[in-house]
Write a protein that binds this ligand. Sequence first.
Ligand SMILES: Nc1ncnc2c1ncn2[C@@H]1O[C@H](COP(=O)(O)OP(=O)(O)OP(=O)(O)O)[C@@H](O)[C@H]1O
Ligand SMILES: [Mg+2]
Length: 364
Amino acid sequence: MSEPVNPFRPTAGAEPPLLVGRAGLLDEFVYGLQIRTGAPGLLTIFTGARGVGKTVMLGEAEDEARRAGWAVISETATRGFLGRIGHMMQPLVEELGNGPPKRKITGLGVAGFSIDTELPPDQQTGWRQLGEELLRLLDAHGTGLAITLDEIHGADRDELAQLAASVQHFIRAGLPVALVFAGLPAAVSDLLDEGVATFLRRADRIDLHVAAIDEVEASYAEVFAAVPGIVSSDLLRMAAEATGGYPFLIQLVGYHLWQVAETAQEPLETQHVQLAVSAARRRNTRMVIGAALAAATPKDMAFLSAMARDNGPSRTADIGYRLDNARNTIGNYRARLIDAGLIESAGHGLVEFAIPGLREHLRS
Ligand SMILES: Nc1ncnc2c1ncn2[C@@H]1O[C@H](COP(=O)(O)OP(=O)(O)OP(=O)(O)O)[C@@H](O)[C@H]1O
Ligand SMILES: [Mg+2]
């Protein structure tokens, strides 16, 4: 028998061997797929810090939709996403309607929808007609269309407003459409506040957090059962604790531990786990922390560094004192950093880092 290959997936958006700590989160969405139109779960927004598993949840939603027989269009909200969605709707209409669209679609030249800007008015009309035709065809089959849109923090506001307006129109017409978004908490709060798409306020907002250590441990026990006798339950516990329940670290620690186990080929010792954990942390720092801090301003950095002096949650009052700043300025930075997914509220007057390893990184 060949050796089982490393099942962990420490890569952005990759489906993990086991989805830890997400039980029940898609129940409303799945329920909505049965109702097919107008159900609250059909409009869902996942938010959360980097690496917490937003893209993976979109993938899960897509799987559920396909399982229910729905058509799925999966996009990332970089400029031109609306046109790209339109391009993906076209072949679906042709396939389901046994040929080119029955009605003439407005504004569609040879090139079809523009995919590097928001849509000009005639293409917007065409997009809506095409969408409506597709949804009617799917409706006749007793299914619908699920659109997932990742990274909405990068979305062009006008484009997003266009998408929202059309989807709202479909919903009002009783058509079977689902829209699942994912983005950093900042983007979503802003979008909802700016009124880019008021109807999005009615979406189910699901904020993703770290998983419980016990659940991480249980998942490791299940996955490492494929190589019995190599990693003791004490060491699995130790590895689970080192992840802090953070999904990206669950994959990284699992991956490196598996690698160490492959090389060792005998029951592991404490130092093997330590080796795997430090390799995982180094990679996490490079990949997640680097990306998360890329957009931070010098003042953001000063706030974060002031926090890093504490060993646990920081009191905002202390940070103000350390930075010699007025309370309202501190309040503004606190809100900005929470929105950026870098820190989290930890109770009244307290904040803590939302990304594991960030404190250590700032200290070094
Ligand atoms: N519930 C989970 N259990 C175990 N591992 C998970 C879970 N969710 C995500 N992961 C893993 O965590 C990593 C990051 O997941 P994902 O790319 O979905 O995060 P994200 O929130 O979209 O990150 P970003 O903000 O950088 O886009 C991946 O390696 C993925 O396999
Ligand atoms: Mg993602």
